[in-house]
Design a protein around this ligand. Sequence first.
Ligand code: SF4
Ligand code: SF4
Ligand code: SF4
Length: 265
Amino acid sequence: MNSQIALIQNIDALLPQTQCGLCGHRDGCLPYAKSIAEGEAANKCVPGGQPVADALANLLGRERLTAEASVWPIQSDGRPQRMKAVIREDECIGCTKCINACPVDAILGSGKLMHSILTDLCTGCELCIPPCPVDCIDLVEDVKPVPTDAERMSEQKDLRQRYYAHIQREELRRLHRKGPVVRAEIDTALFAQFSQQTDAVPEIQMVEKADHPAVTHDAKTTIELAKLRTQIKKLEKQLSVREDANKRAQLAQLQQQLQHLQGEA
Ligand code: SF4
Ligand code: SF4
Ligand code: SF4
């Protein structure tokens, strides 16, 4: 691994992985980590607060700067209060707009059905709130005890993995997406490039959109494609009810197989 990638990785390891974009980097923590490595000030992570700004100054041997202020009060660990989003489910119209906006896939639901948030996974990033047309998502204080350093590292690792899985899925869906795109397109190329240089995150593969996607398949390929699509639909349905890491991994694998077969055919 080259030293610049190692530096970005070390910076990223200190960032909360909320992927909220409040540092000014719409696509989340990694683009900010890259920009810090290239010289940007290291005090702009709002959810990280002063502890993250100080840890970054220490890592980089830079002057200590006052962290960007949060609208939330400061917790006992010096960081802004952790928040969680909650959907007022009786008001939800099931429009699904919040689902794509969530960088860590913490929202469950499907078209015209009530949606709910997996509270344990929600980071309080607020990205689901603006797209909601009926304004039925509230932010509430996270009442769980402030995490220990070890718990925080483990949580960050999990959020990072979930974000990469989210990016890969969005990249695959880009080809077939019919509905409106709620979140702006993520700069997938940056994440793909980074993921190829480290084993610490799942590899992200770019998908090329054909100018003329109409293709004819031989009978065997057509059957194989139909089988894959059925398996994918079944898994998506199961995952919309209950999250499961193995099924999620299986889904990503099937989607890649489908993509590969479509590309070959
Ligand atoms: S958690 Fe911090 S570094 Fe990550 S996107 Fe939000 S403000 Fe930026
Ligand atoms: S549910 Fe909303 S606030 Fe919670 S992580 Fe997802 S987008 Fe962010
Ligand atoms: S955006 Fe709002 S109304 Fe639409 S599914 Fe999400 S919570 Fe329900």
